[in-house]
Design a protein around this ligand. Structure first.
Ligand code: SF4
Length: 440
């Protein structure tokens, strides 16, 4: 009898991609997917350790699962970043009764690990990291859809002082360019018109003489690929060549997610980000002037240790100058094992962090609304993603080149088409318009 797996995914797009890899590895080895938790023999939680509450969410979910199963026997495995971050602590936690813990570089071993856990009833723990594992020979089990995630590199060598990724996912390594292009060709043939290249530090991708700009150019030549996106680039690795490729290649979306993290030089140095406020602003000027219509989005941390009100105002100033289309803003949370946790006490009071995050969220909402409103009356090419119901009526939904959600009435088009939509209405989160037919 084939064992049934139920897989829950937390966190970033890289984890979504890894879950597709895990499904592929397990189903190729004879496991099948369960319809729900009740139907499963084995429950896998592919976890994220970037923020403190992400870990808490996983543990609360395990408690909910145990409660829902009401004593039904099931094997539970923790995979991903929490596995490498907390290591043996997870197995030692008697309350949660976890059966196996497997890190991001050991997914090939999962079928054997699960069989051993079942046969020998022993707890297994494999969180070793390598400098080579890229899973380049494994085709992820993708859901149908417009976009396909493609990890082009894994790991990170940057050691930002607040971040667990270099410890949970190990050192940087890139896939061979030809191997990525083969995958994209097969995705295009299966009907995915858009690929999003993923990497913790995606623009440090390299394969001998080929760099990330070469990869983007080569991908754009693949028939059937209409749009190429990527995330997340690091501001310190934005070379002239990459800017030119993004500016001049119509298939590469004019949207860049450019993590700022903080606007104050002292805090940026404590974070080990490798740039100053002036460097960041000068890069933004260069990007805006070379890439017409560019949309920038970002990540920001408030309340990093020792951040004063005056330091925080530098972040506000950068946000006002850059005018990001949207921003993911987080309160600093100390992550065990990081350089910041060892060197800098988490000394900004919780109320201060709350005050600062509220201020930035309000500011960002206003800027997002103003930016979206500036599209009213303009016609944007939109990649159609799906049907949606808005106020009881069927509508279509897609994304602009700049990654803004656009809603528009049904017409003679389908998911995967690029249609011109004239924008009539805007909020801070979406645009609404009508399909513009050139010959109407
Ligand atoms: S660049 Fe910094 S924040 Fe991003 S994954 Fe690497 S260490 Fe973490």
């Amino acid at each position: 009898m084939k064992k049934k797996i139920f897989l829950c995914t937390y966190g970033c797009q890289m984890n979504e991609y890894d879950s597709e890899l895990i499904e592929s590895i397990l189903t190729a080895d004879g496991f099948v997917l369960a319809a729900d938790i009740q139907d499963a023999d084995i429950i896998l939680l592919n976890t994220c350790a970037v923020r403190n509450n992400a870990e808490r969410k996983v543990f609360n979910h395990i408690d909910d699962i145990r409660h829902e199963l009401q004593g039904k026997p099931v094997y539970i495995g923790i995979l991903g970043c929490v596995a490498t971050h907390l290591k043996e602590q997870i197995i030692k936690n008697k309350k949660r009764k976890i059966d196996f813990v497997v890190g991001p570089d050991s997914y090939r071993q999962l079928p054997d690990i699960i069989r051993k856990v079942i046969k020998e009833n022993e707890k297994i723990f494999d969180v070793s990291l390598t400098t080579k594992e890229n899973y380049e020979d494994i085709t992820p089990t993708r859901k149908e859809g417009i976009n396909a995630w493609v990890a082009v590199m894994r790991g990170c060598d940057n050691f930002c002082t607040f971040c667990v990724v270099p410890y949970t996912r190990g050192r940087e390594r890139s896939r061979p360019m030809e191997n990525i292009l083969d995958e994209v060709r097969s995705l295009a043939a299966k009907g995915h018109p858009q690929v999003t290249f993923l990497g913790q530090n995606v623009n440090s991708y390299h394969d001998n003489q080929f760099d990330f700009a070469d990869l983007l150019e080569a991908t754009s030549a693949i028939e059937g690929i209409k749009r190429i996106r990527f995330m997340s680039p690091h501001p310190k690795d934005y070379l002239e060549k990459l800017i030119n490729v993004v500016a001049n290649n119509p298939k590469i979306c004019k949207h860049i997610h450019l993590p700022l993290q903080a606007g104050n030089d002292r805090i940026l140095q404590l974070m080990n980000r490798g740039y100053t406020k002036a460097d960041y602003l000068s890069l933004v000027d260069k990007l805006y002037s070379h890439i017409p219509g560019l949309t920038l989005t970002t990540d920001i941390i408030v309340g990093f240790p020792t951040e004063t009100d005056a330091d925080f105002l530098d972040t506000v100033e950068v946000m006002e100058k850059v005018r990001f289309a949207s921003a993911f803003i987080f309160k600093y949370s100390e992550r065990k094992g990081t350089i910041a946790a060892k060197k800098y006490p988490d000394d900004v009071p919780e109320e201060k962090k709350t005050e600062r995050i509220m201020k930035l969220n309000d500011l960002q909402k206003r800027i997002s609304f103003e930016k979206n409103r500036s599209w009213i009356g303009k016609t944007l090419p939109v990649l159609v993603e799906s049907e949606t119901i808005a106020k009881g009526a069927t509508q279509f939904q897609g994304r602009s080149d700049g990654y803004v959600t656009v809603v528009f009435p049904p017409g003679n088009y389908k998911a995967g088409d690029i249609v011109n939509v004239t924008i009539q209405e805007a909020s801070s989160h979406w645009l609404k318009g009508i399909h513009h037919t050139p010959d109407a």
